[in-house]
Design a binder for this molecule. Sequence first.
Ligand code: PGA
Length: 254
Amino acid sequence: MQKERKLIIAGNWKMNKTVAEALDLVHGLKRELAAIKEVDLVVCPPFTALCEVSRQILDSNIRLGAQNMSEQNGGAYTGEISAVMLKEFSVRYVILGHSERRQHQAETDALISRKALAVHAAALKPIVCIGETLQEREAGKTEEVVGRQLRGSLAGLNKEQMQETILAYEPVWAIGTGRNATPEQAQEVHAFIRRTLTELFDSSVAKRVRIQYGGSVKPSNARDLMSQPDVDGALVGGASLETRSFSDIIKNSI
Ligand code: PGA
């Protein structure tokens, strides 16, 4: 399908895969996806598998992403991982502000914006996640919540940095639940996000930013979701853990 922006589809493996399992998966993906040129392909393994996966995808069309990064450059921050450490493994993308981190690690929009600035300072690309809970949607607050998250998480980014930022709209009620947003629901919020980017930056920036949809993306719903005009890719959790389902999502999206 003809898209205004190149699709970017990323697999968020979350806290899954030993190194051996990770290598198995990327072997399969390399085999299945070698011919794909229409989509930017990204896998985001856990930190412990970045080194080995990085070696395996060196000669492929698959790029590497991390699931989080510290806003600090280094020093006494036990358990944290810096940009320099990620760059050692040729990481190109960093997922920031996933709803699971907002929920379990109490990440705030202010922290996410500091991390986004650190990601850009290292010439990496952030994938900034936003999305409302079921309660917020049912209360009619989706735009209020997503608007607030956008203003907070993107605070301080200049236009050049924003253009190199990927957004992932992930309604919390659709993550890992098997219940995806309908293509129309996704398009509605994606269009709102693009309007907000016009307000916060300008229309040429808003036109260039790629906005992924995430939340129970699978081979059977990928085509309809990706065919929406403002949906520019997907952030895939559960279905990215198997060669077959992740490859089929990509093949069904083009
Ligand atoms: P899911 O997760 O595809 O398993 O719903 C998406 C995500 O959390 O990025």
